[in-house]
Design a protein around this ligand. Structure first.
Ligand code: NAD
Length: 346
């Protein structure tokens, strides 16, 4: 069996690669190590995940290429049974500064990957985002529970479902380019019968995540607390996300692959769900407790289109994929913190 993981040297991609490599698959990693260039920081870590994989597995091969290059993508996909498409321009802030590059990577790059899947009759799982719902989620009435906001409408107590409206919303260029890609994947499923699934993910976290201010907030906060640095919060810190440990995401991907012959463009909201939701203030409080240090907090204006509360309704994924998150947020953050403390203090 052969798997192609685009963005396989990134945080999530490297966990998917590790899973399939450990299970005896031939795994092709397609990555151009662009994360640090796109985010303007983190260059010292850009090859960490690839070095980790290379040092452990013989059955992992690197194709250093750009998903915007159609031929290279098609060549890398030859003979694959599954493509997990994780490569992306991942930051909302970068997309606001350079929407064209964001579009070319996230939208055009995805078309290339879809065409490669179609030519090689490979199943594809696309990692989409909750940002496709944009700030329309902010129209849901909220209540203030002290350290967090929470939905004040019965209909959404289990979170945001897959059929939540996507029109009439500010998405930001990142949300638009990912939504374009998301819809293309669905359409390739319907029009060409491509075995495909779309995972609209909330906040994924875990070991080997190099969070920066613009992306990967849990890891970013943990790193600042370990380094004894102050934290800047955009908004009041009561915004809520449901968080999912990366190992649980990998299990969901594997479940979707097992069912791939029955999935043609099926969309799943994937996150920790209401049980694994927490606000920025609550997350900082918990990590501070683990670290034994309370950082200074500074508050700035809300970011454009920030979702005040985003919690995934994961009931469809639970039912169709026979899956549920197994690592609760306390345990998962503890694991991430432990890995990070060892890494940062080396
Ligand atoms: N981490 C999260 O919480 C989260 C939430 C929702 C959606 N997602 C999606 O999951 C996917 C993976 O995210 P991540 O957190 O692992 O990010 P990441 O930045 O760690 O990984 C992305 C990888 O893609 C590579 N890449 C970027 N542009 C490329 C290009 N043009 N060609 C080839 N490779 C390229 C980068 O070098 C990087 O290794 C992304 O599609 C992202 O939009 C992530």
């Amino acid at each position: 069996m052969r798997v192609l993981v685009t963005g396989g040297a990134g945080f999530i991609g490297s966990h998917i690669v590790e899973h399939y490599a450990a299970n005896g698959f031939e795994v092709v990693v397609l990555d151009n190590f662009a994360r640090s260039k796109l985010l303007g920081k983190g260059a010292e870590w850009s090859r960490y995940n690839w070095d980790y994989l290379r040092s452990r597995f013989q059955n992992v091969e690197l194709v250093e290429a750009d998903i915007r290059d159609y031929k290279q993508v098609v060549d890398a996909a030859a003979g694959t049974d599954l493509i997990v498409h994780a490569a992306a321009q991942v930051a909302v802030t970068t997309s606001l500064n350079d929407p064209l590059t964001d579009f070319m990577i996230n939208a055009q790059g995805t078309i290339n990957v879809l065409e490669a899947a179609r030519r090689h009759d490979s199943a594809i799982i696309f990692l989409s985002t909750n940002k496709v719902y944009g700030d329309r989620v902010n129209e849901i009435p909220l209540k203030d529970e002290g350290t967090r906001y929470w939905y004040d409408q019965r209909e959404y107590l289990q979170g945001i479902p897959e059929d939540f409206p996507i029109d009439g919303s500010t998405h930001t260029p990142y949300g638009c380019s990912k939504l374009a890609a998301d819809i293309y994947v669905q359409d390739y499923g319907r029009v060409y019968g491509l075995k495909s699934a779309v995972f609209r993910m909330s906040c994924i976290y875990g070991e080997r995540q190099f969070g920066v201010e613009d992306q990967g907030w849990l890891a970013h906060f943990a790193r600042l607390i370990i380094y004894r640095e102050p934290i800047t919060i955009y908004g009041d810190g009561k915004q809520v996300r449901d968080v999912l440990y990366v190992g649980d995401l990998v299990r969901a991907i594997d479940r979707a692959y097992t069912l791939a012959s029955k999935l043609t463009g099926e969309v799943f909201n994937i996150g920790g769900g209401p049980e694994n939701s927490l606000s920025l203030l609550e997350a900082i409080d918990y990590i501070s407790g683990l670290e034994g240090f309370r950082p200074q907090l500074y508050f700035k204006e809300w970011r454009p289109a920030d979702q005040k509360v985003y919690v995934s309704d994961i009931r469809k994924a639970m039912k169709m994929l026979d899956w549920r998150p197994e690592v609760g947020w306390r345990e998962g953050i503890k694991r991430m913190h432990k890995w990070m403390s060892n890494m940062m203090r080396r």
